[in-house]
Write a protein that binds this ligand. Structure first.
Ligand code: L34
Length: 298
């Protein structure tokens, strides 16, 4: 078998088109456009690329956006003061602090200072907590995007064995929660593997759905998966490549060729999960503007 490719770029375009139509409808009777405030601390090249993709997507769907580029020497106090300014600014619907942060800043502390009603990343403990108890919430963009891919390709999730490799707060952990719980699409038997897992293959080999978000090139090889598995490769690693103009190429966490041989579906890197993350951010920002998840008290 050679797996069919899951085209995240295409599905992301379809989603953005939907959001664009919704935004047009939202502003058609005189409401202001949704506004996303992005905050970058430092100059991590990956962050710069991803933020560019996000602001371009905003332009594409008609969401207004501003980006703060702050020095990596900024103190926690100063950063949180800036965030508080956006929390109380009625014109700002969504606030996104791009991760990772420089090591002197606590991402927990910074994320918790964001008003959870503007937390379009779905990283605030309020939103993560609501996710775990199946209440409406901002769902983190990457896992939510993966569920959109399952939906688009009619890949069944319910009662399957889903194995998540990696337990980060950004992807692995919320993904596992959504897989195991989420009302409409989850209900999978879910295994979470992480760096303390003893025999990774023992788990991956029994996966119907394998979601890999470990940040380690070639972690998953063909011999570690069973025939017909659906593989979602969230990894986005830069590896040196003299033949490319940039001097590097992007690879996922799977050894693509050997895993593709066995899988029924697989996401490519790039062009798989990455564009879905960006598209779901557009969706969440519109939800924030509409106050769909946290309606204002009347
Ligand atoms: N706060 N920090 C916050 N929110 C997030 O949702 C993220 N993430 C992750 C890193 N830090 C974050 C992203 O935005 C990863 N991530 C992200 C976003 C977009 C892309 C990849 C990761 C993306 O567009 N990937 C393209 C290729 C981009 C390239 O050329 O480097 C792709 O096709 O996969």
């Amino acid at each position: 078998m050679s797996a069919k490719l899951i085209d995240g770029k295409k599905v992301a375009e379809l989603l953005r088109k939907q959001v664009r139509d919704d935004v047009d409808f939202w502003v058609s009777d005189g409401r202001r456009r949704p506004f996303l405030q992005v905050i970058q601390v430092g100059t991590d090249p990956g962050s710069t690329t991803y933020i560019r993709a996000k602001t371009r997507a905003c332009e594409d769907v008609g969401i207004e956006t501003g980006t703060d580029r702050l020095p990596d020497t900024i103190s926690a106090r100063e950063l949180k003061q800036i965030i508080r300014g956006y929390n109380t600014n009625d014109k700002v619907d969504g606030i996104l602090v791009q991760l990772p942060l420089p090591s002197h800043l606590s991402s927990h502390d910074v994320i918790e200072s964001i008003d959870y009603r503007k937390d379009v990343d779905g990283f605030h403990p309020m939103n993560v907590g609501r996710l775990t108890v199946d209440q409406p919430t901002f769902r983190s963009c990457t896992p939510a995007g993966i569920f959109e891919l399952f939906k688009h390709y009619s890949i069944p999730v319910k009662s399957k064995h889903a194995v998540v490799v990696g337990a980060s707060n950004i992807v692995g952990s919320p993904m596992a929660i959504m897989l195991s719980r989420e009302n409409s699409t989850g209900k999978a038997t879910t295994t979470i593997c992480h760096k303390f897992t003893k025999d990774l293959t023992q788990h991956t080999i029994s996966a119907d759905l394998l979601i890999v978000a470990a940040g380690q090139p070639n972690l998953i090889k063909g011999e570690m998966v069973r025939e017909g598995v659906v593989v979602i490769d969230v990894g986005i690693n830069r590896v040196a490549d003299e033949t490319s103009e940039k001097g590097y190429k992007l690879v996922g966490d799977c050894h693509f060729e050997s895993v593709r041989e066995k899988a029924s579906w697989i996401t490519p890197v790039p062009g798989g999960v990455g564009p879905m993350t960006v598209a779901m951010l557009m969706k969440n920002t519109l939800l924030a503007a509409k106050k769909s998840i946290y309606p204002e008290e009347s």
